[in-house]
Design a protein around this ligand. Sequence first.
Ligand SMILES: C[S@@+](CC[C@H](N)C(=O)[O-])C[C@H]1O[C@@H](n2cnc3c(N)ncnc32)[C@H](O)[C@@H]1O
Length: 259
Amino acid sequence: MRALFKKIPPAIKALLLQFAALLLVLFVARATDMQPSFMTFALLCGLCAAVFSYLAGLQRWWLPIQLVFVPALVLMLALSIPPGFYLAAFLLLLAVYWSVFRTQVPLYLSSDKVWHALEDVLQDAQSGFRFIDLGSGLGGVLTHLASVRPDGRYSGVESAPLPFVWSWLRIKLGGYRNCKVHWGSIWDDSLGACDLGQYDVVFAYLSPVPMERLWNKARAEMRAGTVFVSSTFAVPEQSPSQTLQVDDLHRSRLLIWRM
Ligand SMILES: C[S@@+](CC[C@H](N)C(=O)[O-])C[C@H]1O[C@@H](n2cnc3c(N)ncnc32)[C@H](O)[C@@H]1O
């Protein structure tokens, strides 16, 4: 049971714990004949959900979310906002974040200083080199490099619909003939672009969660002498051949491995 619970993505765990808290508060209210106000009921649910989340080992930043989730629902209901607003907000978030509850890799963008640091990484790349951005977001990395190093060929893979469409339009409208973006998952073997054996430089800015799996994929597919770059996120137990510190707001680092 514990092993099964461990495998569940944190967002689903959080939701299950909210349900567990709701059931407990309902049960106690019934058993003690308590008739709390809506808000007291919501606060009790939030408190129980936060305690359950702490006991279940969810990361600390989940606790305030769990605490205020049901009280915030009650407050929002009191505002009588038309339901269409929630549907629209949900669809917008879905289009931007898509399967983030499973992948645990949300959309956040590399700074332009990271783009410039990547130019340094490409310094020795020979004309016609191939570059891929795994999880290419809005396509900023690809289009920047395509304009400063037009002698390369650039690919991106992006799973979230809105960022994909955005980057596709950015590439088409910007006239970047040496750039392509593919809609799909980096783990999808049937997507030809995901075979890392074709690239001279593989770039990823994801999250700590997929790094071990990505490293195994890179080791299995990349050719000797090609370069794997992870922005910010380390690979467990693998020291990079080189690290470039970037002087941006997030203090990003480029971790570089020569395969
Ligand atoms: C941190 S953002 C990086 C965006 C861009 N590479 C940059 O540096 O600005 C990570 C992106 O990876 C995408 N992503 C996450 N998991 C993915 C997967 N399995 N396949 C393809 N894209 C994925 C997310 O939707 C998000 O747009």
